[in-house]
Design a protein around this ligand. Structure first.
Ligand code: AMP
Ligand code: FES
Ligand code: ZN
Ligand code: ZN
Length: 300
């Protein structure tokens, strides 16, 4: 098969692109998400895990900015890695994101959970068993806290089209329509609630595409995966999904249809959100989930 743009050998058969035109296609999809006037003169924080998606995101964003492909300037861009204290995994990934930071010239910040909170995911897992949901709370909280306290307007995360598809189907099956309606490609900043905005630059791109982009551009990324995620629900469901949604176009059409339907469903205001009495960040109970995790870990 030949590239539909230049006729060279295609490396991405699904859409018919050579490596050069595949990279252009990937970067165009990322640039389209960011090329919105409300990002003008804003400060952006890239959340990097060392995995293929956030590594591809960081490389593509750095290329788009260095080649001045947006219609405006952004004020500042940096990245953040949270070292969760997972044996054989967190330090290895930290090293990969350091290499990526050198390759792109984007400053890397790190938070070490053990140093800051005297806690590791390994300890927590031994104490509580199930770990993925607590880990997700910790990551989300720290990304927001760091962004908010250091003047970043938006956190950029590596969620891709396959993640969106999983999220949409999972919430439909569980009748969590309010939850589904609240998720979005771009969530605005809410200064009053101490919430930085969140952006998903890979919203229109699949997992397979992130992987190919990393390989073509020799981007350092980890293939290890989290040791606690061996049998997690998301991985099992995603492999089932890929049977029914066997092309990027089907995934995209489904998400676009969901987004059209969302417009007819009223967004319920979360009026019971208040500042956590311990840390001041927003919560729907008196003490936020993050503070409860830290307190529980101290008790044991
Ligand atoms: P996950 O929740 O593991 O699927 O990761 C989703 C996104 O969250 C990644 O693509 C990253 O943008 C971000 N992320 C995950 N883990 C970390 C980490 N340890 N440090 C910083 N950002 C992370
Ligand atoms: Fe948090 Fe795996 S990355 S439990
Ligand atoms: Zn080509
Ligand atoms: Zn709190």
């Amino acid at each position: 098969m030949r590239c539909r743009v230049c006729g060279k050998k295609a490396v991405y058969k699904e859409l018919g692109f050579c490596s050069e035109h595949f990279s252009s296609y990937f970067e165009k999809n990322v640039a389209d998400v960011l090329n919105k006037p409300f990002f003008k003169e804003k400060s952006l924080l890239l959340a990097v895990s060392g995995g293929k998606d956030s590594s591809a995101m960081m490389f593509a964003v750095s290329k788009i900015l260095s080649e001045k492909r947006l219609d405006f300037n952004i004020k500042r861009i940096e990245s953040l890695y949270i070292n969760l204290g997972i044996k054989d995994n967190s330090s290895y990934n930290e090293n990969l994101v350091k290499q990526l930071s050198e390759k792109t010239g984007i400053k890397l910040n790190t938070i070490n959970l053990e140093e800051f909170y005297n806690l590791t995911i390994d300890d927590l897992s031994q104490k509580t068993g199930k770990i993925c949901s607590s880990c997700a709370v910790i990551k989300r909280y720290l990304l927001n806290k760091f962004a908010y306290e250091n003047g970043f307007d938006f956190v950029l995360i590596g969620h891709n089209l396959d993640d969106e598809l999983f999220f949409a189907i999972h919430n439909l099956v569980n009748r969590n329509i309010d939850f589904l309606v609240r998720s979005a490609k771009i969530l605005p900043k809410d200064e009053e609630k101490r919430l930085a905005g969140r952006v998903k630059p890979l919203y229109y791109l699949t997992e397979k595409e992130s992987m190919l982009y990393c390989i073509i551009n020799k981007i350092p990324f980890s293939t290890q995966g989290c040791p606690y995620a061996v049998k997690n629900l998301q991985m099992t469901e995603k492999s089932k999904q890929s049977v029914l949604f066997d092309s990027r176009n089907k995934k995209l059409s489904f998400i676009k249809s969901i987004n059209k339907l969302k417009k007819f469903y009223p967004l319920k205001k979360e009026d019971n959100v208040e500042p956590c009495i311990r840390c001041g960040f927003p919560t729907t109970s008196k003490i936020c989930k993050f503070c409860r995790i830290i307190e529980k870990a101290k008790e044991n």
